[in-house]
Design a protein around this ligand. Sequence first.
Ligand SMILES: [Zn+2]
Length: 66
Amino acid sequence: MAGKIVACPHCGTSIEWNQANRFRPFCSDRCKMIDLGAWATERYRVPVEDSDESALSAEDENPRLN
Ligand SMILES: [Zn+2]
């Protein structure tokens, strides 16, 4: 049962994906907490408002074709 090598989503460090690595897919507890913290910050920074969300996603997901 060879471990699969993956890159930490936060810092890019190669880590072995196995049962022993409880921080996977991150390389360490630190990267895990930083990444989750950034995600939470991102959520808080963008207030959820009815109209804004649909307007933004419409622009992002439907690029105009020429
Ligand atoms: Zn990392």
